[in-house]
Design a protein around this ligand. Structure first.
Ligand SMILES: Cc1cc2nc3c(=O)[nH]c(=O)nc-3n(C[C@H](O)[C@H](O)[C@H](O)COP(=O)(O)O)c2cc1C
Length: 506
């Protein structure tokens, strides 16, 4: 294993990141018994409990109703903005986003992965051959809430464009079918339960790159191989969750974020490479013309989807580190653990895009519920032109990548409003906005497929189009006023000084 010494990212696998968390008192071992059997709710309740109070990461060592007792389950590693910033070697969320955006913008800083000898790759320490595959015994099964299947939510998934051969790395969820409830009351076949997975290849917003690969492969009548690298270096997961242009490889971007090449290793049965320090690697193939229906599925906006239909994958080989770690998480009403793992890349993508056109954009905060708050470095008379806030609102909807176009609620604020503090954003809306004059209602937005309030398109049966609202909460000098009342609040430094003076008194 290579450690980078004085580099900002001083680990190259999940174990290194966990050491960092532990050293800082942000990760604890939990030895009390928790039940993770199908249709149990203890982990969902644990997630809510932890997120009511920015709780720590946990290593769950004593799970009941669990098929792989010797594999501990990591829980809530990314549960705060501070912890996701630490993945990029920062403590401050804005610094982490700016680093992400800077590397994303400057493709000359990206570094190609380096292939290493399989004998030196930790993920090859143990191998399970095709004939011995039995997912029921070899992949941890952790159930949450009322979900039908047990999910794999910890992986980056690697496929190659069947036309160009260029690899793509994306962070997509998968489901296992062993012991899963079928949403229509059917039963998954023995072969599906023991050897198959399904992958969220057509998800929301549409146009993920694995879905494009699969569509191309079907059109060209070519096979499509898939490598699923579980519990990887979190830097690679951030890169995999970033929407970079189709045809570029997220592994190169991950190298740029790390400041050195990601070490990869050839798969056993596929023409693909995976991060060498992954905890566990699943190698497989898409099965032509085989879909599978799964559900219920607890989605990231906090509702159950009854059913989803996804392509079926057959597993050909599993390799794993000795004493592997599993990481399990779920989606539910936000906030939840990997919200911040998802939000940081979206924020970085938007910062990269907006700042290249609008230097006055200082920060973009995407909340776990997916509201978008844009903070400017100027306000009032310093704005480059009247109605500048509305120009920024439109730029968010027109931004490149997968997400800006789906922003249902966007608020633009000035530099004196803390975009991480909902109370301050609300204050700005109430004291700087006239609801008709300072908002834009966009009736032609792209829907979040799962938004239950968006109209379902009659021919597709799903929501494709959504209404969106943009709120310009900047100060309307000179749009309506020559001056604005002086802002009354105490200086954050004075607040810190008083807190210090009162420390321990009550
Ligand atoms: C934990 C996590 C799970 C995700 N699950 C999915 C998913 O199942 N399907 C999907 O399309 N996007 C999912 N995303 C978002 C994608 O990772 C993200 O949009 C990424 O840019 C997709 O890669 P691509 O642009 O190469 O398709 C997830 C993100 C995170 C952080």
């Amino acid at each position: 294993m290579i450690f980078t010494g004085d580099k900002e990212v001083d680990f190259n696998d999940m174990r290194g990141y966990l050491k960092l968390l532990k050293d800082k008192g942000l990760l604890f071992d939990l030895d009390i018994e928790l039940n993770v059997a199908r249709e149990t709710t203890e982990l969902q309740a644990l997630m809510r409990h932890l997120h009511n109070d920015d709780g720590p990461a946990l290593m769950l060592n004593n799970l009941e109703g669990y098929n792989t007792k010797d594999i501990p389950v990591l829980f809530n590693p990314y549960g705060t903005r501070q912890r996701t910033a630490m993945i990029l070697g920062k403590e401050d969320p804005l610094e982490a986003k700016l680093k992400h955006a800077e590397v994303l913008t400057d493709q000359s800083s990206w570094i190609k992965p380096k292939a290493i000898d399989p004998a030196k790759a930790p993920c090859k320490e143990n191998k399970i051959e095709k004939n011995d595959i039995n997912i029921a015994k070899q992949l941890p099964h952790v159930w949450f809430g009322k979900e039908g299947p047990s999910y794999i939510t910890n992986a980056v998934v690697i496929t190659k464009d069947p036309e160009t051969g260029i690899p793509n790395t994306g962070c997509y969820r998968l489901t296992q079918l062993w012991n899963a409830t079928h949403p229509n009351g059917e039963v998954y076949s023995d072969e599906e339960q023991r050897k198959c997975l399904s992958v969220f290849a057509f998800w929301n917003p549409p146009g993920n790159h694995i879905g494009l690969h699969w569509a191309k492969a079907q059109e060209m009548k070519k096979p499509l191989e898939i490598a699923i690298a579980c519990v990887v270096d979190p830097v690679i997961q951030i890169a995999g969750a970033t929407s970079i242009p189709f045809g570029l490889d997220e592994m190169d971007f991950a190298g740029g974020l790390r400041g050195e090449a990601v070490e990869v290793v050839n798969c056993e049965t596929l023409d693909l490479q995976v991060p060498a320090s992954s905890e566990l690697v699943i190698e497989g193939r898409f099965l032509p013309n085989r879909d599978v229906t799964i559900g219920p599925h607890s989605n990231p906006i906090g509702y159950y989807d009854d059913t989803q239909v996804f392509p079926l994958i057959e597993v050909d080989c599993i390799t794993h580190r000795s004493e592997p770690i599993w990481y399990a998480t779920m989606e539910m009403m936000p906030p939840f653990d990997h919200n911040y793992m998802a939000c940081l890349p979206i924020e970085g993508e938007l910062l990269s895009d907006l700042q290249s056109k609008i230097p006055e954009v200082k920060d973009v905060v995407v909340t776990p519920n997916l509201s978008y708050f844009v903070q400017l470095s100027v306000d009032g008379a310093q704005k480059p032109h009247p109605e500048f806030g509305k120009y920024v609102l439109n730029a968010v909807w027109g931004a490149s990548g997968r997400w800006g176009r789906t922003a249902k609620v966007v608020v633009v604020v000035g530099p004196d409003v803390n975009p991480y503090d909902l109370n301050e954003v609300e204050w700005a809306i109430l004291t700087r906005v006239q609801p008709k004059s300072d908002t834009i209602i966009n009736q032609s937005g792209q829907a979040f497929l799962m938004d239950p309030s968006a109209n379902k398109d009659s021919s597709h049966g799903i929501a494709l189009q959504s209404e969106q609202i943009g709120i310009d909460a900047t100060i309307k000098v000179f749009e309506r006023f020559d001056s604005y009342p002086e802002y009354s609040n105490s200086d954050p430094e004075d607040v810190a000084a008083i807190a210090k003076k009162l420390k321990g008194l009550f």
